[in-house]
Design a protein around this ligand. Structure first.
Ligand code: SAJ
Length: 407
């Protein structure tokens, strides 16, 4: 039986996937409310294919509990935030989860950490917790790191089809964990050591952050000299060895905007491109704010209350608002004492998260003159004509109505 510890964005689909493929699974989370919802037969977030996967896993007998189970295999998928001051990984959740596992696990158990951690974290924070309980790693307890790689919006598909990395202390443990993941994973599964697996994961997200930062920097350069950045990137990308991502209002989410900081925090003075990229991406909400003021001026608009922000989530077609550029933009407006009445709408955010939040697209559009498109949800892509007659600032390059302003 596998005990999956942490039933959030990664742990839940992972637990469901194992169960749907015939593995006995118990999912554990200390958040009782979350466990109660799952036990009541409901999923806890929206994701393509998740409901179907949940139904399949339930039919195959998955169980959810507040309690850690005594078993021979654990998958730890708890959050790893970063300390905003030191920029280092906060391994507290992972360490506590492993400590709790040590209270109940038998000798011979394997613990697989899926949470993203910076290189060296497992050595520094996880091994000591196991050893403090008197276990010898490699004899009493086996350790592996299988960093998750799935993208919100396409998690279920990617869980099955992406390649995976398994880091382990010995080839034998790595191969055993590989076989386990092979129960559902159709991608290549590469076995390596733990430190390499830790570093690889952070490198992947950092690569994407740097690429997006390059696109965002190009957007600023092109704006300053009246060039069309989207057209330039489109043409440049026709080169067989060029693949520039898209500029946007900033980089949000719990991964790409966080993981590069681990390298900055751990390797001060060495992570220079990485740090610049972070700064560029973090500057984008303020850049959007500047554009809003320019456009208001150009259109002789004086009332910020007639400005509407479309999109609160960190990207399209997900309900996750963590580190969302829109939230950063609103914070920035507050700092400049002009956040009072700006209006906000997002079809995926049903609870009230910010002031002046609307829950109906028509009502929102009816109350604003300038619409800032911050997230390219399918909802708005499919009804772009509703923006006719509005002033539109499109930060996602999705609106092709005449007169649309861009970043
Ligand atoms: N973004 C842009 N321009 C782009 C692409 C993205 O501005 O061209 C923005 C998005 O709008 C969003 C942010 O970047 O605000 C991040 O979104 P994303 O879709 O690039 O990635 P995440 O954070 O949802 O998921 C990433 C993925 N990592 C990589 O693609 C290397 C995913 O595979 C990881 O599993 C995930 O991080 C994670 O959990 O680490």
């Amino acid at each position: 039986m596998i005990n999956v510890v942490g039933l959030g964005y990664i742990g839940l689909p992972t637990a469901l996937m194992f169960a749907a493929h015939g593995v006995e699974v118990v999912g554990t989370d200390y958040n009782r409310e979350l466990v109660d919802i799952l036990n009541a037969g409901k999923t806890t977030f929206e994701e393509d294919g998740l409901e179907e996967l949940f139904a399949e896993a339930v039919s195959k007998g998955i169980r959810f509990s507040y309690e850690y189970q005594s078993t021979d295999l654990y998958i730890v998928a708890v959050p790893t935030p970063y300390d905003k001051t030191s920029k280092k990984v906060d391994a507290g959740y992972v360490a506590r989860a492993v400590e709790n596992v040590m209270e109940v696990c038998p000798r011979g158990a394997t613990v697989v950490v899926e949470s993203t951690v910076s290189p060296g974290t497992i050595d520094k924070y996880v091994r000591p917790v196991i050893e403090a309980k008197g276990f010898v790693i490699g004899e009493d307890i086996h350790l592996a790191h299988a960093p998750e790689r799935i993208i919100p919006g396409n998690m279920v598909y990617e869980l099955k089809h992406n390649s995976r990395t398994i880091g382990a202390d010995s080839r034998a443990v790595g191969e055993r964990v590989k076989e386990l993941y092979g129960s559902f994973c159709e991608g290549e599964i590469i076995v390596t050591d733990i430190r390499t697996a830790e570093m690889t994961k952070v490198v992947e997200n950092t690569f994407r952050d740097i690429n997006i930062a390059f696109a965002n920097e190009l957007a600023k350069i092109c704006r300053s000299d009246n060039m069309d950045v989207q057209e330039i990137i489109r043409i440049a990308n026709k080169h067989p060895r060029v693949n520039i991502l898209s500029p946007g209002p900033g980089v949000g989410g719990h991964c790409i905007s966080v993981d590069p900081w681990f390298l900055v925090g751990d390797y001060p003075g060495l992570a220079n491109i990485i740090l610049s990229a972070r700064k560029i991406n973090d500057s984008m909400p303020d850049f959007v704010l500047e554009r809003i003021y320019q456009i208001m001026k150009e259109n002789v608009m004086t009332d910020v209350g007639r400005v509407g922000l479309y999109g609160l989530t960190y990207k399209e077609n997900v309900d996750d608002t963590r580190e969302s550029p829109t939230l950063q933009l609103l914070e920035s407006m507050e700092r400049h004492l002009c956040g009072g009445q700006i209006k906000v709408y997002d079809p995926y955010v049903t609870e009230d998260k910010v002031p002046n939040q609307y829950h109906d697209l028509e009502a929102f559009l009816g109350d604003v003159d300038l619409v800032v498109l911050l997230v390219g949800h399918d909802e708005i892509r499919q009804q772009m004509e509703k923006l006719k007659g509005k002033i539109v600032l499109d930060t996602r390059y999705i609106c092709f109505l005449d007169g649309t302003y861009r970043l």
